[in-house]
Design a binder for this molecule. Sequence first.
Ligand code: CO
Ligand code: CO
Ligand code: CO
Length: 322
Amino acid sequence: MDKAIRCLPRQNDPNLIVGLDRADDAGVYKLSSELAIVQTVDYITAIVDDPSAFGMIAAANSLSDVYAMGGRPVTAMNIIAFPSDTMDISVMTQVLSGSLVKLIEAEVTLVGGHSVRNSELKYGLSVTGVVHPERVITKSTARVGDRLILTKPLGTGILTTALKAGLLKAETKAKLTEQMVRLNDKAAMAMVDVGVNACTDITGFGLLGHTCEMAENSQVAVEIFVDKVPFIPETLEFARMGLVPEGMYANQEFRVDMVKDSETDEDLLSVLYDPQTSGGLLISVPAEKAEALLASIRQGGDGEAAIVGQVVDKPESQIILV
Ligand code: CO
Ligand code: CO
Ligand code: CO
């Protein structure tokens, strides 16, 4: 897909701050010297059985790319593919209502949307946010010496796979859902307040995939402190049982050459590559600000946020697991 996009002719618009040239979480376009818009679109298949929870998760997931750019989301539009031949229309109402709960929490106004008939339920949002043109946070500007903070524990891909297999305890399912519906708004606000060098959010490529992107774009190397990476209880147990989503294997295969590792347990590695839905932010912050930022992120409700790595002066585009 990347290839198909890369071969498109480029438009030379001087107001384009973040576009297709370097993969980032959202596009950023300058409207004036004081104001830029942040635009993103994202939709997902139903990963939980409760339609309202699915709507909430999809909304949190779609909003996250605006937060990752240091932006404040303002408006949103629904995108829904709905199997109206096999599913009652009340399901659609529940999905959209769940989503609206999160939009209201985020102080984002729903302004419209688009629906199509489809064999499979898919839902997400196109979100528009605002940011000062000089305060855009990309994933291309991590600097040597930075610490990396991950704001949410890993495991949503493995645990939703276990959920589909009917193996998840009610308690773990509640924890999983709570984490995926939680907005990245407070963590983003804390990061904007303190001032950081780079940020991205952890989604389909997993922690290592998104770290690779940040390292590649920033032309730096990164050490990941494997023992410090938080994950949701039972994630590792299910990985050991082989309940790993297909996307994990694709993520690993794609990045295996960049990741230097000799002794990480194979199942733990699966967790590090596990594709996330509505995952946390990965923030690259100057070392002297890291502890204070971590404390304020935890205070904001991301109690398991942790310093999981650092940017190091080694050959660029390497991820070293330590
Ligand atoms: Co993203
Ligand atoms: Co996205
Ligand atoms: Co339309």
